[in-house]
Design a protein around this ligand. Structure first.
Ligand code: A2P
Length: 360
């Protein structure tokens, strides 16, 4: 048997021609070793199962787990490990986008974790986003399929229009957002995507989109945290049953240089009110900010590539921020978009000013 054991322990365990030549007993032993290799045996102990994870029902009828791993700015060579750690630590929601240029590596990690047999595809909520250069209705399906191929999935749980921006200069957004939305609806009809939504839209742009929409956006994903509550948009969505997902919930500290934001500006993670809540509740600042988002009824996408932070950012389900502290966190005077969209402003339009972009 030792000869066969050597075969089983090597990469040749996947050589089924060889498997056929084995006796019944040898085959059984090989299958057992193969199971162990795939992780359904001892490596299962590397998993954390979180039973009391919060989720919300979407207008589409599907369910979204409220804490998802953000992958914007997660570098190639790091993002795969982050996704695998997250899934093994209990995350069931991964937020992706074509423009993050890392979906291929996310897909590899996803496939590897699914092969371990502990988590099933149907338990994981996967989001991707349509990039600005693919708004032309004829390009939408191909863009979606490219993300699906890179992510190695046969459907997406959620596909979002990433920005109300196409990159074309002129008085109006071209192609118009209504046509792009109709192509997004067709993805639902075809079963490629379960829910559709938008990101970085204002209420005015949403109202315009919804005037011609056949399928209402199930999710609106925008920046939201105590330094930019985005409260009127949250209330508008809540009144219509549209789910709001908060991106950059920790104040996006790692985007300051990239977005030319003053690096010595106020730090949400170091805010005294956040620090006081953390000290009083025996939590860290990240957990306070993630829990604040949950108590506000939003889902939330903390980004991390650090295993300890990935783990601790999900430890937010079995405790609460008391009402007085929640109120304080919900009334911080400093309000500032960290992702202000100034990179889309063009004197030739369609967005000549930040007011044009955000309608505020
Ligand atoms: P890292 O990836 O090294 O953990 P946001 O989600 O608002 O975009 O913030 C992401 C940034 O916050 C990243 O720089 C990330 O770094 C860092 N980060 C993630 N979780 C925590 C945490 N619990 N405490 C402090 N920083 C965190």
């Amino acid at each position: 048997m030792s000869g066969n054991r050597a075969v089983a322990a090597s990469t040749e365990i996947y050589d089924y021609t060889q498997l056929k030549q084995l006796t019944k007993d040898q085959k059984a032993e090989l299958e057992m070793l193969e199971q162990a290799e795939l992780g359904t045996g001892s490596t299962v102990s590397g998993y954390r199962i979180i039973d009391n994870q919060l989720s919300a029902k979407l207008l589409s009828g599907h369910t979204i787990p409220l804490v998802g791993l953000g992958t914007w700015k997660s570098a190639k060579g790091e993002v795969g490990a982050a996704v695998a750690t997250a899934l093994r630590q209990g995350y069931r929601h991964i937020d992706c986008a074509r423009v993050y240029q890392n979906e291929h590596e996310v897909g590899e990690a996803l496939e590897a974790v699914l092969a371990e047999g502990v988590v099933q595809r149907g338990e994981i909520f996967i989001t991707s986003k349509l990039w600005n250069t693919d708004h032309e209705p004829a390009r939408v399906e191909a863009a979606c399929r490219k993300s699906m191929e890179d992510l190695r999935v046969s459907y997406l749980d959620l596909y979002l229009v990433h920005w109300p921006v196409t990159g074309n200069v002129g008085p109006e957004v071209q192609p118009p957002l209504e046509g792009t939305w109709a192509a997004m609806e067709a993805l639902v009809d075809k079963g490629l995507v379960r829910s559709i939504g938008v990101s970085n839209f204002s209420t005015r742009k949403l109202e315009r989109l919804m005037a011609t929409a056949r399928i209402k956006p199930a999710v609106v994903q925008v920046e939201s945290h105590p330094y930019f509550r985005n409260e009127s948009l949250r209330a508008w969505c809540s009144d219509r049953g549209i789910h709001l997902t908060a991106y950059s919930p920790l104040g996006s500290p790692d985007s300051a240089a990239m977005l030319r934001r003053a690096e010595d500006g106020p730090s949400l993670l170091k805010d005294p009110v956040v620090a006081e809540a953390a000290a009083r509740l025996g939590r860290n600042a990240g957990q306070i900010l993630i829990r604040w988002a949950l108590q506000r009824g939003t889902s939330v996408l903390p980004k991390s590539v650090n295993p300890e932070r990935i783990k601790s950012n999900l430890e937010v389900f079995d405790w609460e921020i008391p009402a007085d502290m929640y109120e304080q966190l919900s009334n911080l005077a400093h309000q500032q978009r960290m992702v202000d969209g100034s990179f889309w402003i063009n004197p030739a339009g369609p967005y000549r000013t930040l007011q044009d972009l955000w309608d505020e």
